[in-house]
Design a protein around this ligand. Structure first.
Ligand code: PLP
Length: 466
């Protein structure tokens, strides 16, 4: 399996080099040259596997022998051994035609752990095998930061710096990131939004000399390994539902920010999984909803919402989808992205819009509806949704047809977002792991959203030339 850039100017590389490269050196995103197909007979045999066994089946297609079977199995076991549920991502039936896939049983109580526990172990493995230093730089809207820190802390040869928007993440998210006292961890709280952080990171990664000298590695969902790990649970959910009932296809409703999670579903569908609608659920930061409805991709004004992990205007994984929409033509992607940089928007033609609408449905959830949905499900089903999952459930209600069955991805545990739960007049009990955070000292530095200031901090934190 070889990996290529959506913009066509990276020589084919293997899986490990693709993980190390993160953002493609030509400014594009890495994608597999060819998406592996899982034939029907094979689907039957893998449908009975445990989560870890299934993860091996899916991931090994993409690793393609670069990591020996025994090592890859160990990596997967280690990554999901930290989850509190033996099923890793258990499925809950909420209504006759709707299930919730709980992705929040990892160390930081959000779905990011599914990918970042794996990526952390993978980096540690690569660091040892290749004798390279790994300095991780990432921007977070809240959950990625904690999850990435948890994925790599204490692992030899790895340092990490995470940028988060100061005061724009939930209290628990902030505590999870900043109470880790470890010299390998640096938390920078920037005076700005997540989009500012993401832009700074993209620019720092685009400085190839700095990136190479400081061995910078990415953990954001621009890293293909994250998408890959997330593809697994679409298969897992499908097989669990298919055990219970006859289904021809299954819809998924996905709380969406950077388009990483939903892209993993798109990939699963392209591999042959009978996925029906992929429903993009957004909050008021609804660039993706507008794109799917009108064919115009144009950032709007940033809004702070009850679902802060989805407060994103420029979805960094969108380019991966664009690549497939434009018939895998890197020149066309380059032209569209250059035009986007110059004019600030992307407009697709009618035929392309039909394709977009065949691939996705979309629904934007306003704050009031988000809270109402939490209250309604708590009253009617006694199930407490976090505000992100609530957007997913509201989108399921809007987009799922009567005869269809839908799985909503539950991307976080409600305890992470108690600010919103309290607004619904619901009192929840915190898990012990979260309760104890409130007694810990915090370690962070507040900085301007300024490349130079941040680069100085990075130079102090990361080891040069090793
Ligand atoms: C990151 C995150 C999302 C958005 O996922 P993307 O892959 O960025 O689309 C949704 N919900 C929660 C809780 C998250 O942490």
């Amino acid at each position: 399996m070889k990996y290529i850039s959506t913009r066509g100017n990276v020589n084919e590389i293997g899986f490990i080099d693709a993980v190390l490269m993160g953002l493609a050196t030509d400014g594009g995103l890495l994608v597999p040259e060819k998406i592996p197909q899982i034939p029907n007979e094979k689907m039957k045999t893998i449908s009975k596997l445990s989560y870890q066994e299934l993860a091996y089946e899916i991931i090994s297609h993409y690793v393609d022998g670069e990591i020996p079977e025994k090592d890859l199995k160990e990596l997967i076991e280690k990554s999901y051994g930290t989850f509190r549920d033996p099923e890793v991502t258990p499925l809950q039936k909420i209504k006759d035609d709707m299930y919730v896939l709980e992705l929040f049983h990892g160390p930081t109580f959000a779905f990011k752990d599914v990918a970042l526990q794996f990526l952390g172990n993978l980096y540690s493995y690569i660091a040892k095998k290749r004798e390279v230093s790994i300095n991780i730089l990432g921007a977070t809207s809240g959950d990625t930061g904690a999850s990435a820190i948890e994925g790599v802390r204490g692992k030899e040869g790895i340092r990490i710096c995470i940028l988060h928007p100061h005061g724009k993440v939930s209290k628990v998210q902030e505590l999870q990131m900043t109470t880790v006292h470890d010299e390998s961890v640096l938390n920078l709280a920037i005076k700005g939004t997540f989009d500012d952080g993401q832009k700074i990171i993209k620019e720092i990664f685009a400085d190839l000399e700095f990136k190479n000298n400081y061995h910078l590695r990415a953990i954001n969902s621009i890293n293909f390994a994250r998408i890959l790990a997330q593809t697994v649970y679409y298969f897992y959910a499908y097989f669990q539902v298919a055990k219970e009932r006859d289904i021809e296809s299954l819809n998924f409703s996905v709380p969406t920010g950077n388009f990483g999670d939903i892209f993993a579903g798109f990939l699963a569908k392209k591999m042959g999984l009978p996925v029906g609608k992929l429903i993009v659920a957004t909050n008021e930061n609804n660039i993706l909803e507008r794109f799917i409805k009108d064919g115009v991709y144009e950032p709007g004004e940033f809004r702070s919402t009850y679902s802060p992990s989805m407060d994103i205007q420029v979805a960094s994984n969108f380019e991966r989808y664009l690549y497939y929409l434009l018939a895998e033509n890197p020149n066309a992607v380059t032209a569209v992205m250059e035009n986007f940089k110059a004019k600030g928007k992307i407009v697709v033609d009618e035929e392309q819009l039909r394709q977009v609408q065949a691939d996705f449905a979309a629904y934007g959830v306003e704050g009031k509806e988000c809270l109402q949905t939490i209250s309604k499900y708590y009253t009617e089903t006694n199930y407490l949704l976090d505000p992100h999952t609530s957007c997913g459930v509201a989108a399921y209600e809007a987009c799922n047809e009567a005869s269809e069955v839908c799985v909503t991805l539950a991307t976080a545990h409600p305890a992470k977002f108690n600010e919103s739960i309290e607004l619904c007049d619901i009192e929840q009990t915190f898990p012990g792991e979260i309760r104890q955070l409130f007694d810990q000292p915090q370690y962070l530095e507040v900085v301007e959203a300024d490349n130079d200031e941040i680069i100085q901090k990075l130079k102090g934190h990361f080891q040069d030339e090793k």
